[in-house]
Design a protein around this ligand. Structure first.
Ligand code: RB5
Length: 150
């Protein structure tokens, strides 16, 4: 798979580990920064990856900030993005199988390297199950488009 990845300053080291790991698993990665520990604003990096994924240039995205929350909130403002912030592999897998998440996010201050690798592996290997879940994901898109759902 082709994966776009970014982090804020808190996630720079974890991002490098995840890039190495994804490449070992045979995936292609593009790093959208940041690459220094100088304090920056996570929405900028969340948007960079979200834009690329929304344009269909990548199969998915990985985002890291201190908690995974801020950067996923920013990514989720981009139309077509379903960024799931997960601190364990079970939710990561279900976020793909049931919610068709196209970005996985986690916190460098929350998870260690080994747990982050497990989260990414479960997420990347999971497939959207469709069926009853399609209707629900479609309802999310309708909310995004300002359509009436109730
Ligand atoms: C940076 O201090 C921190 O606020 C950021 O990494 C993130 O955790 C925000 O959600």
């Amino acid at each position: 798979m082709k994966i776009a990845i970014a982090s804020d300053h808190t996630g720079v080291e974890l991002k490098s580990e995840i890039i190495k790991y994804l490449q070992e698993l045979g995936h292609e990665t593009d790093d959208f920064g940041t690459n220094s520990k100088e304090s920056i604003d996570y929405p900028i990096y969340g948007k960079k990856v979200a834009d690329e994924v929304a344009k269909g240039k990548y199969d998915g995205g990985v985002l890291i900030c201190g908690t995974g929350i801020g950067i996923s909130l920013a990514a989720n403002k981009v139309k077509g993005i379903r960024a799931a912030v997960c601190s364990e592999p079970y939710s990561a897998k279900l976020s793909k199988q049931h919610n068709n998440s196209n970005i996985i996010a986690f916190g460098a201050r929350v998870v260690g390297v080994d747990l982050a690798k497990m989260i990414v592996k479960e997420w990347i290997e999971a497939k959207f199950e469709g069926g009853r879940h399609s209707k629900r994901v479609d309802l999310i898109s309708k909310i995004e488009n300002g359509e009436k759902i109730i």
